[in-house]
Design a protein around this ligand. Sequence first.
Ligand SMILES: Nc1nc2c(ncn2[C@@H]2O[C@H](COP(=O)(O)OP(=O)(O)OP(=O)(O)O)[C@@H](O)[C@H]2O)c(=O)[nH]1
Ligand SMILES: [Mg+2]
Length: 289
Amino acid sequence: MNLQWFPGHMAKTRRMMTEQLGLIDIVVELLDARLPVSSQNPEINTIVGSKPRLIILNKADLADEEINRKWVEYFKKKGIEAVLLDSVHAKNLNFIADKIRNVLKDKLEKQAEKGMVGRSVKVMVVGIPNVGKSSFINKFAGRASAVTGDRPGVTRGKQWIRLKNGIELLDTPGILWPKFEDEQTGLNLAYVGSIKDEIIDVETLACKLLEFLNGTYKAELCARYKLDDTDGLAGYELLELIGKKRGFVISGGEIDLLRAANIVLDEFRMCRIGRISLETPDVEEEINA
Ligand SMILES: Nc1nc2c(ncn2[C@@H]2O[C@H](COP(=O)(O)OP(=O)(O)OP(=O)(O)O)[C@@H](O)[C@H]2O)c(=O)[nH]1
Ligand SMILES: [Mg+2]
C-alpha cells in the first residue's frame, strides 16, 4: 500500500465518487471490524450524502467476538444496518444481497407499486486501503457473475458486474482516505498493517501495541508469550521479555528487540495472539452514521 493522500488527491476522489453516486442505489461501506472508527473516512457522511448505506464490519474473524456484537448493536441504535463479515473465508455472500434489499425495502416496494419490476440494484463498495474491498467484491460477485461492460453515461472504464440475484456491482471500489489528524488512529492503522510501518519505527509501534494488549488483552498476551507478571510493565520491558523468551539474543547477550518487535506485529496481524479489537463502542462514539 503506497497511497499518499494529498489535498488534491482527496478532492479528485471526492469528485469521482460524487459523480458515481448518481448512478448507484446503495453504498456498501467497508470498515475494519477491529477498528471501525479509525478505518472510517472522516468525510463519509458528506461524500455519501443521503444515499442508503450498508456497513460491513469486515475482517470480523480477526476481531473480538463480543465487541463485534457490540458494534452491530451500536450501529443498529444509530439506525444503520451493519453486518459482520469475513470476506476471505465466507462460503457465500447471499445474505449480503438480502441485507442490501432490506435497506432498500421502501424504495423497492415503491418501484414495484409503479410497476417497475426487474430493475437491478446498483451497488458501490467504498473503503480505505487494505480494508478488504477487492476480497469482498470478488467473493460477492462469485464465479457465476459476468462483467457487463461499459454502459453509456458511465465514467469510461467503469464496469458493472451483474450478479445473478439482480444486483449490479461497480467493479472498481471507491478508495477513501483514512483519518490522519489523530495519532491513535495512525497507530491503530499501523498495528493492523493498513498503513506502512515506516510512519513510526517498528520497535516503538510494537511497544505501544504491547502496552495496549497488556491493558486490555492481558490473558491472551501472557498466554501467547508465556509471561506471568506483566502488571505495570512498560512496552519496552514487555518487548524485552518476549525477546528473551523466544531466545532472540544477539552478541553480548543483548536482546534483538527489532526481531521481537517484528514477531509481535506479525503474530498480532495473523491473529496468533487472539481475536483482538482495538476500538469498542463504549469509548468510541464518534462514528459517522
Ligand atoms: N482475515 C481476513 N482477511 C481479510 C478479509 N478481507 C480481506 N482480507 C485480507 O486483507 C488484505 C487486503 O485485502 P484487499 O481485498 O486486497 O483489500 P482492498 O481494500 O482491496 O485493498 P486496496 O486495493 O489496497 O485498497 C488481503 O491480504 C486480504 O486477504 C477478511 O474478512 N478476513
Ligand atoms: Mg483492492
